[in-house]
Design a protein around this ligand. Structure first.
Ligand SMILES: C[S@@+](CC[C@H](N)C(=O)[O-])C[C@H]1O[C@@H](n2cnc3c(N)ncnc32)[C@H](O)[C@@H]1O
Length: 284
């Protein structure tokens, strides 16, 4: 395989990646594309990035698309990532569902869930909330968690709920680890109680197949650390579709470096301690 991918070859490859995933890559990410796609090219009989570029400029439906998506997407995540967001969620948002007029179950969607640390963080948070607020009238089973990702491989890991020592050491306190996980040969397995409230599906936000989401409408949607990979107009369309899947007054959580500036005015920002959450405006 040749060295650096030329700008001329990078253009159709970038366009192909964006078509199949929504992920928009500038030429400065050439090294990433080269490193991550080289094994896939070799496995599929391409002798150079030029041949690959020619192929994908006219063929977008390939048997290796899922492998390309899996290789290109960044799956970085951890338990209780930016913990202050989760603290705000429990303290201020979960309590809103405690009122007698709440429509149960409380439905939560983690829309780019990666390997599941975000989902299990939510499940732990719910269990802790339910136990620390016995008068709220909510039980663990009053919450549903729906998890989706474009990459089937990460969903498999999420469903298994098995994490290495290094993974659990990122964000899980020893107390939470021993309470909610069981040691297994390859690390730690999330207990069945946590795994049982989770419902997983492969879904690309970029396919705009939102009508397939029969689990809607949601009270809370986590769309964390994924919008950054999309162009502004793609992000705008996704947010508008997501907005229509939320209950009035529902909350949207983005990553700590993401915001809705220039993307949507359908939400109002709500500041809880150190975190900004977005609430669906009542009139929209
Ligand atoms: C950086 S991870 C974020 C994980 C988690 N939400 C967090 O904040 O820790 C981004 C995830 O978005 C997923 N992703 C990328 N493009 C997507 C798309 N078009 N539709 C759904 N998920 C996508 C990737 O597969 C990856 O698992």
């Amino acid at each position: 395989m040749e060295g650096i991918v030329s700008e001329k070859d990078f253009a159709p490859i970038g366009e192909y990646i964006e078509t199949i995933s929504g992920v928009s890559l500038k030429y400065e990410k050439e090294y990433l594309v080269r490193q991550r796609l080289t094994p896939i090219l070799l496995r599929n009989g391409f002798d150079s990035f030029s041949t690959f570029a020619r192929h994908v400029s006219s063929n977008k439906n390939n048997t290796f698309n899922a492998d390309v998506i899996s290789a290109i997407c960044t799956h970085e995540t951890s338990f209780f990532r930016d913990e202050y967001f989760f603290t705000a969620l429990a303290r201020h948002v979960f309590t809103e569902f405690s009122g007698q007029n709440s429509e149960l179950p409380v439905k939560i969607w983690s829309a780019a869930t990666s390997t599941g640390q975000e989902i299990y963080t939510l499940a732990i948070l719910i269990d802790e909330f339910v136990h620390s607020h016995p008068y709220a009238g909510l039980q663990f089973k009053d919450f549903n968690i729906f998890g989706t990702d474009i990459d089937g491989k990460v969903l498999k890991k999420t469903a298994d709920g098995i994490y290495t020592e290094a993974e659990v050491s990122r964000g899980l306190s020893p107390r939470r680890l021993s309470k909610y996980f069981t040691p297994v040969q390859d690390g730690w397995n999330a207990n069945p109680k946590l795994r049982d409230i989770v419902n997983l599906k492969r879904l690309s936000l970029h396919d705009f197949a939102f009508s397939e989401i029969t689990e809607a409408p949601f009270d809370i949607i986590l769309l964390r650390n994924v919008l950054i990979y999309f162009r502004e107009d793609t992000a705008r369309k996704i947010i508008s579709a997501i907005h229509s899947l939320m209950k009035p007054g529902g909350y949207l959580l983005l990553g700590s470096s993401e915001n809705l500036y220039k993307i949507s005015d359908l939400f109002e920002s709500v500041v809880f301690e150190n975190s900004i959450l977005y609430r669906k405006k009542e009139s929209t």
